[in-house]
Design a protein. Structure first.
Length: 157
């Protein structure tokens, strides 16, 4: 088990908001894993799980909006993967909330999903998505630039 997640350059998608959100996610996971391994109070861990659950929704929504905006052809499959991950995080939160398993065990069971799976998701799925999105953004930027030039907009006076 990893027990700590680290942001590395090979996780970079080159889309600023997505990279920043990924970095925040890794920070949150490290705090959650550290809290559970130290045996901190259930209230501290519970709060971390709640914040993580909300953050996952925010992050995936960001990616999904971008995929929709640029008509990403693999949107449906990517969204399905996101939905599965959200369900697993919700399941973890419920196990924790209902105290069906000691706190440390719940977090350790989910270490693979929270760290390894998410890292692989970025490297394999998000990288493909970002390549497509970056190409579309560049096309959009180029088109906008041509329009401005044609109409004489954007020139300094």
């Amino acid at each position: 088990m990893a027990f700590e997640s680290k942001w590395t350059e090979d996780l970079k998608t080159n889309i600023g908001i997505i990279d920043e959100q990924h970095k925040v996610y890794f920070k949150m996971i490290n705090e959650l894993l550290a809290s559970s391994l130290k045996g901190e109070a259930r209230s501290v861990i519970g709060k971390s799980i709640k914040i993580l659950s909300e953050y996952v929704i925010t992050h995936f929504s960001t990616e999904e909006r971008m995929m929709t905006k640029y008509h990403y052809p693999k949107y449906d499959s990517h969204r399905t993967v996101h939905r599965h991950f959200r369900q697993e995080v919700e399941r973890m939160a419920l196990l924790f909330r209902d105290n069906l398993d000691p706190t440390k065990n719940v977090i350790l069971k989910y270490d693979y999903l929270l760290v390894t799976w998410f890292t692989n998701h970025i490297k394999e799925v998000d990288k493909k998505m970002s390549k497509f999105l970056l190409e579309k953004m560049e096309e959009e930027k180029s088109f906008t630039s041509r329009i401005k030039k044609f109409f004489g907009l954007g020139k300094k006076r």
